[in-house]
Design a protein around this ligand. Sequence first.
Ligand SMILES: NC(=O)c1ccc[n+]([C@@H]2O[C@H](COP(=O)([O-])OP(=O)(O)OC[C@H]3O[C@@H](n4cnc5c(N)ncnc54)[C@H](OP(=O)(O)O)[C@@H]3O)[C@@H](O)[C@H]2O)c1
Length: 241
Amino acid sequence: MGLMQWERKKIVIIGGSSGIGLATAIMAAEKGAEVIIAGRSEDKLRRAREVVSERTGRKIRTYRLDNRNDGELERFFAEIGPIDHLFTPGASYTRGPLSSDRETAMSCFEGKFWPQYFAAKYAAPYLSSDGSIILMSGAFSQRPLAGGASYGACNGAIESLGKALAVELAPVRVNVVSPGTIWREGQEGTPRGEHFKEYEQLALAGRVGREEEIAETVLYLMSSAFTTGSTLFPDGGYTLL
Ligand SMILES: NC(=O)c1ccc[n+]([C@@H]2O[C@H](COP(=O)([O-])OP(=O)(O)OC[C@H]3O[C@@H](n4cnc5c(N)ncnc54)[C@H](OP(=O)(O)O)[C@@H]3O)[C@@H](O)[C@H]2O)c1
């Protein structure tokens, strides 16, 4: 992918112990990059180390970190030192309708927006000038469904943040990945599993996405030296239908 020499790159993924973050860690490690992942659960981090090692034969470093805590983010970046790329899929939030309580209304901003804002702030002094940040949004920003007003607005805010940071941090590049719904094993028969079926009618591709398809998009954004301030929508055409 591109001309980037992955084996010379140090890539940090906050929220790399499962889902899209883990798929990205595996793909980056396969390419030979030095990968560091962070998340809250030591157990999930240990399992991620094992999976990456089994799948790629390579070792990754892991750190326990709650990205809602600014102090932990600041210490994390000071400890790991210079880096090339930062990806921030780590998030914990609840989506709910306008009638939801205050905690639910605030949760995407507190659990997804501000953690990425402060990760960018504390990573910035350590990012190489030809490096990049990839923020995580969600295609609900462009095509909200009923029952998630603050969640949709939060993802729209993350996409605006990406543009503003691209201007402020240049020549460091800043981009955003905004996926549609992604398949997850073990959710058959749950409300999320039902949503996977609905999504087949909501996307031009007629199916949900795979974590690896989002990881490919993230690695593209890391490697494309002429791409900054962009949001990519790997969503199977959800935003068009
Ligand atoms: N999956 C989808 O369909 C989809 C679609 C659009 C957008 N997205 C976005 O993609 C991102 C990742 O989704 P995913 O489905 O891959 O999620 P996931 O499998 O639940 O992974 C979330 C990762 O973030 C970490 N994390 C969660 N809260 C954290 C915190 N407070 N501090 C540090 N790390 C934290 C988790 O580890 P710990 O729990 O151990 O901390 C885990 O490594 C989210 O921002 C989500 O909104 C997902």
